[in-house]
Design a protein around this ligand. Structure first.
Ligand SMILES: [Cu+2]
Length: 236
């Protein structure tokens, strides 16, 4: 009986995957799966060396995806859900705990034609274990906030077209690699205005290793700290 219950719980967790479904620009909901490279399923990426790490499965092209014009310094919000519904269940499932990060990469020409390969990605947001005492993670806030998290795009980034890449890493089966579940949503934006900053950049895949302490991680021994994979946040 115990075994049956635990198998059921495992199956429920395994099905509790999610995708980024809505992009908000300065508080305006831009619509479901609009300006977003939509993956074929809500399954996570687990191989940090795969090109799926860039913009999820089938994410290397934005053919057919529109690009949203935003002002420099805009606040962008990403909204994630497990299934084709905005209410009625945890947005990303309470069992999925881990960090939330956002990267941005400037396209050489259009965002839609940009595959995001090479050292092009700048990390502009990262939140992980928010409160070691209560074991509150950034994902808990996403669940409490109807699946949403926000970032302010540094106003010093130059005008042009970009890929905006939001990432949630679920650590519930991350004690060995591959195990950590990496959820990725990429949106296409065109920044108007802007400055002349040349921020530090990394490659995705490239910046993460299976042995990173933020990828291979035991969620269940009351961790007191967490180091997210990838570089430091660049804040402009
Ligand atoms: Cu899942």
């Amino acid at each position: 009986m115990k075994l049956a219950v635990s198998l059921l719980a495992t199956a429920a967790l395994a099905n509790a995957h999610f995708t980024m479904q809505y992009l908000w620009s300065n508080g305006v909901d831009e619509g479901k799966n609009v300006y977003i490279r939509v993956p074929p399923s809500n399954s996570p990426v687990t191989d940090v060396t795969s090109t799926d790490l860039t913009c999820n499965v089938n994410g290397l092209s934005g053919a057919g995806v529109s690009t949203l014009t935003i002002p420099a310094g805009a606040t962008m919000t990403f909204e994630w859900h497990q299934h084709d519904q905005r209410t009625g269940e945890d947005p990303i499932s309470a069992g999925h705990k881990g960090p939330v990060q956002v990267y941005i990469a400037k396209a050489p020409s259009t965002a839609a034609s940009f595959n995001g390969q090479g050292a092009v990605w700048t990390k502009i947001y990262s939140a992980g274990l928010l409160n070691p005492t209560t074991q509150q993670w950034a994902t808990d806030v996403v669940n409490a906030n109807s699946g949403k998290h926000s970032v302010t795009i540094p106003a010093s980034l130059p005008a042009g077209e970009y890929l905006l890449r939001a990432e949630i890493i679920a650590l519930h089966v991350a004690s060995s690699y591959p195990g950590a579940q990496i959820y990725i949503g990429c949106a296409q934006v065109k920044i108007s205005g802007g400055g002349s900053a040349n921020p530090p950049k990394v490659a995705l895949p490239g910046a993460y290793k299976g042995s990173d302490p933020g990828i291979t991680f035991n969620l269940y021994n009351n961790p007191q700290s967490y180091t997210a994979p990838g570089p430091a946040v660049w804040s402009g």
